[in-house]
Design a protein around this ligand. Structure first.
Ligand code: FES
Length: 113
C-alpha cells in the first residue's frame, strides 16, 4: 500500500517552515524560521536593533508590525501600553514569528497609515 500523500505537515515532522521578514526602514529582507523570537532572529542575522531586558518589561524593542502575524508572550503595560499595541506596535522580544512579516524599526516615529 502506498503512503504517498498520507504524510504530515512540516511542523509535525519537526521541520520548521521558513519565513521572510521585511524590514521597511532598512529595505532589507531576512529569512528566519517560523516560531523564532523576532528579536533573536533580527540580532542573529546582523540587524542592529535596540533592546535591553529581553523579557517584555522595558519597551526598548518596540517596533511596528506593518503586516503579518506574530504570537505574543506576556509583557508589561509599562513596556507597551494597550494604546500602543492597538496602533500596531509590538515587542520584538515577546513576539514569535508566525508568518512572513513586514516590520518598521522606527517605533518612536510617526507612521502615516
Ligand atoms: S527588550 Fe525589554 S521589552 Fe523587549
Amino acid at each position: 500500500m502506498s503512503r504517498r500523500g498520507a504524510c504530515c505537515r512540516a511542523d509535525e515532522l519537526g521541520v520548521r517552515m521558513k519565513r521572510v521578514i521585511t524590514i521597511e526602514d532598512l529595505q532589507r529582507k531576512i529569512s528566519v524560521e517560523q516560531d523564532e523570537i523576532l528579536l533573536a532572529a533580527l540580532l542573529s542575522r546582523g540587524v542592529r536593533f535596540a533592546y535591553s531586558c529581553q523579557s517584555g518589561n522595558c519597551g526598548a524593542c518596540k517596533c511596528w508590525l506593518v503586516s503579518g502575524e506574530v504570537r505574543e508572550l506576556a509583557f508589561s503595560d509599562e513596556a507597551l501600553s494597550p494604546g500602543e499595541h492597538e496602533q500596531g506596535l509590538i515587542l520584538a522580544c515577546r513576539s514569535h514569528v508566525r508568518s512572513d512579516l513586514t516590520i518598521s524599526l522606527t517605533a518612536s516615529g510617526q507612521r502615516n497609515h
